[in-house]
Structures are given as structure tokens and as C-alpha cells.
Design a protein. Structure first.
Length: 293
């Protein structure tokens, strides 16, 4: 349906969702690209053999300040990056040439300035949306088209890179619970078969009590289509829960009280083979459940 047939409220919602999706993909790209090279503290990394930071001072300071002001919302530095920060990092001439060009070269063959040009076109409508100012149908078309093209360019290269792996299989990349605890893939402890575990029993802020209701939601590597896998939940016996594909809501009672209340999330692809025998990924999440007060 042509965009001019949608209401302004619908257009604004479409654009907000498109920009949020773009921000997610750019943050993910920065993290999976720079961390293996420069380490988890890549925001403060320097060029080898020099004192020159790979990320400029103004971005480092604003990101670190934002993360420090709300650590629950921003568990990693990359989560505190705004769209402007992401654009400056990815389109930095050296970082683009050495790290990011492979994701964009087919769609933006003229280099970092070519990509920056299209990313910057999203900034004005983003600002208008953030400040409750109107946006035109033309701006909405730009947002939807440009964000889609950039995301698809990243996805396409990620799919190619996944094909280069020994096992091209979907894996969990994020776990969020209803109290605001966020665990990213790099924070999941994995054994030698890459099956994962998240220990929240030792985290006092994550302790639960009989009578509590809480939920856990997971995210699978989005370079895999949701039609190509299913998510399964495995719980202790007789737990009262409501399951959906990617989310589970649990109502605790006295029988659930224990020091190692563990729920498992499994990802199973539609292939005839699986990376771990019968599953492609599985992560156990352990809580401490206390008696009622």
C-alpha cells in the first residue's frame, strides 16, 4: 500500500520501528567486528603501536557517561551508542576500510562517504520523530527504504560469513528478563560444546521468591529467518508457566523454592542435522528462589 494512504501516526510508528531496527543492527555490527580485534574494551582501544584511539574522544566520553548513568539499561558500552555515534564509528575512514567495508561494498561501492550520505539522510526524520515534530511522506519513504537496504546489506554478509563456519546454525544472542537483566551472547558462559549457562543465583538483585511472577525473553541470531528454527523451553517439573516461541512467563510457588532453579532455552533448526546432536543451541538460566516472606 502506498505510504500516503497511511495515517501520520502509522507512518511515525513504521519509521520508529525501522530506525530502532537499524540502530540494533549497527550496534551489533560494531560489537561483533571490533571486540574480536580490540577486546571487550574496544571503545578505549588504540591503534597498534600508537597512542591514537580508534574511536574519537567525544564519542568515548558521551557513551561512557550515558552507560554510567544507567548501567541496567546499558549493560555494555555499545548499548549506550546513539545512531550518530554508530554512523561516525562505522564510517570512520580507517575503521571502514579495515573492518566494515565488507558488509557494505556491494550496496555502497563508493566507500565510507557513500554509506555515510545515506545514513545521514535518516538523522533529520529521526530527530523529528524524537521531538514530536511532523515528518513528510517523502521522509518516511527515505527512512523505510534506506534502513531496509542497509540492514539487508549487513544480513547478507553475515549469512555469507555464517556459511564459512563449520556449523551454520542459529544461536541465542540475547536473554532479557522482566526485571531488566540483559545478557548478551558475549556474556554467556559456554562449555567446550558451546552449550551455554547464565548463573543468576549468585546475583542478589536477581533472586526470586515464591509468589513472584517473572518472564524471560530470548533473541536468536537475526541473520537466520524465524521460519528456519523453533525455540523450546524446558522447566523443572510442575512449574506453572505460559510459553510462547521466544518468551516464557513463570508463576512461582512454594514447590519451586530452591537454590538452583534452572530453566533451559533450546534452539532447533529445521535441518536434518544439529550442531549439538539434537539441538543447535541451548542455554540454561539459573535463579535462586527463596521461600515466601
Amino acid at each position: 500500500m502506498p505510504l500516503h494512504k497511511f495515517s501520520e501516526a502509522e507512518l511515525r510508528q513504521f519509521c520508529k520501528e525501522a530506525i530502532e531496527s537499524l540502530e540494533f543492527w549497527l550496534r551489533r555490527l560494531i560489537d561483533i567486528t571490533l571486540e574480536p580485534i580490540y577486546g571487550v574494551n574496544y571503545i578505549n582501544a588504540t591503534v597498534q603501536g600508537t597512542n591514537q584511539n580508534i574511536i574519537k574522544k567525544s564519542i568515548r566520553e558521551s557513551v561512557q557517561s550515558r552507560a554510567a548513568s544507567n548501567p541496567k539499561r546499558y549493560p555494555r558500552m555499545v548499548d549506550a551508542m546513539l545512531l550518530d555515534d554508530e554512523i561516525d564509528i562505522i564510517c570512520h575512514p580507517d575503521l571502514y576500510k579495515n573492518n566494515f567495508a565488507e558488509y557494505f561494498k556491494p550496496s555502497y561501492p563508493f566507500g565510507n562517504d557513500h554509506l555515510r550520505l545515506y545514513l545521514r539522510k535518516i538523522i533529520e526524520p529521526r530527530n523529528n520523530l524524537s521531538h514530536s515534530n511532523p515528518i513528510s511522506v517523502y521522509q518516511a519513504e527515505q527512512v523505510i527504504c534506506y534502513t531496509h537496504d542497509i540492514i539487508e546489506s549487513i544480513k547478507y554478509r553475515l549469512k555469507e560469513k555464517n556459511m564459512d563456519k563449520e556449523y551454520n546454525a542459529p544461536m541465542l544472542i540475547k536473554v532479557v528478563d522482566s526485571r531488566g537483566i540483559v545478557i548478551h551472547d558475549s556474556q554467556i558462559s559456554r562449555n567446550n560444546t558451546c552449550l551455554g549457562h547464565i548463573d543468576l543465583a549468585s546475583n542478589k538483585s536477581a533472586w526470586l521468591r515464591s509468589g513472584d511472577t517473572f518472564s524471560v525473553e530470548v533473541e536468536v541470531d537475526p541473520s537466520f529467518s524465524q521460519d528456519n528454527y523453533c525455540i523450546e523451553w524446558v522447566l523443572p517439573k510442575n512449574v506453572n508457566a505460559i510459553k510462547t516461541e521466544s518468551k516464557i512467563t513463570i508463576m512461582l510457588n512454594d514447590q519451586d523454592v530452591r537454590v538452583d532453579f534452572t530453566i533451559y532455552c533450546k534452539v532447533v533448526s529445521n535441518e536434518n542435522w544439529h550442531r549439538c546432536g539434537d539441538v543447535d543451541d541451548a542455554v540454561g538460566i539459573t535463579y535462586k528462589v527463596l521461600p515466601p516472606i
